[in-house]
Ligand binder design. Structure first.
Ligand code: C5P
Length: 233
């Protein structure tokens, strides 16, 4: 992807239906540019919500974390190419062939799309990996899946902010690194454990920070979003 200058804010629009989505965006106006649509909203509203939010002037990160046989994922990427989406997630654990097929479909049908590989979900720990018979640590598995994904053609990675420094030093400036787990100073951590402030994530090499509840729950959501963007600038 042509890297934007600096680090941009993406709102995680984790709401339950179209009405809530539109009301939230109305209160945010132009205080945000990017919206992440995840499984909750997408499964409730379908692809029309992607078009509708884009028509309001927002850029779209579609967080569907695709994981299936290569042919099915490639066909899903082809379907998504009809939507105004710039960032799309898929699971690195689907394997190199799946990512390669997805990337071929991207090149053929949606050259402007960026595929972001999700390595190890941050809800997993070493014990849970062991349960899956993955005997290395989370850290080693993240690195392994990051290598595999980028070699197979993914344009970037979703990672914990605490992994930014090591991934940047391993892969240089090229991959797009997208980080959730961001909390402005003084805001509630919720269940996020491995967090970083917007300014530190940006300085450590994040291209996009994903923020949900600190904006969605603020008394003045637009002011909260603007404060985060000021911190990034
Ligand atoms: O509300 P909060 O700022 O914690 O939202 C973060 C968003 O990023 C949510 O949509 C969550 O699903 C997503 N996410 C995450 N951790 C990951 C990957 C995605 O929190 N490792």
């Amino acid at each position: 992807m042509n890297h934007p200058n600096g680090c941009q804010l993406i709102l995680a629009l984790d709401v339950e239906n179209r009405e809530a989505a539109l009301m939230t965006l109305k209160s945010l106006g132009d205080s945000i540019d990017w919206v992440k649509i995840g499984l909750q909203l997408f499964t409730a509203c379908g692809p029309d919500i992607v078009r509708e939010i884009h028509e309001l002037g927002y850029r779209i990160f579609l967080d569907l974390k695709l994981h299936d046989i290569p042919n099915t994922v490639a066909k899903a990427v082809q379907s998504i190419s009809a939507l105004p989406v710039e960032l799309l997630t898929l699971h690195a654990s689907g394997g190199a062939e799946m990512i390669d097929w997805a990337n071929q479909a991207r090149k053929d049908h949606a050259p402007e799309l960026n595929l972001l590989a999700v390595t190890v979900l941050t809800s997993m720990n070493d014990a849970q990996l062991k349960h899956l018979n993955v005997l290395r640590s989370v850290k080693a598995q993240v690195q392994h899946l990051a290598d595999l994904s980028l070699q197979a053609g993914a344009q970037g990675l979703v990672c914990s902010p605490l992994e930014l420094a090591s991934l940047r030093s391993r892969f240089g400036n090229d991959p797009v690194l997208v980080t959730p787990g961001i909390r402005p100073q003084g805001s509630d951590n919720d269940e996020q454990k491995r967090i970083m402030t917007p300014a530190i994530a940006a300085a450590t090499g994040s291209n996009f920070i994903v923020v949900g509840r600190p904006i969605l729950r603020a008394d003045n959501a637009a002011a909260a979003a603007r404060a985060i963007r000021n911190e990034l600038a």
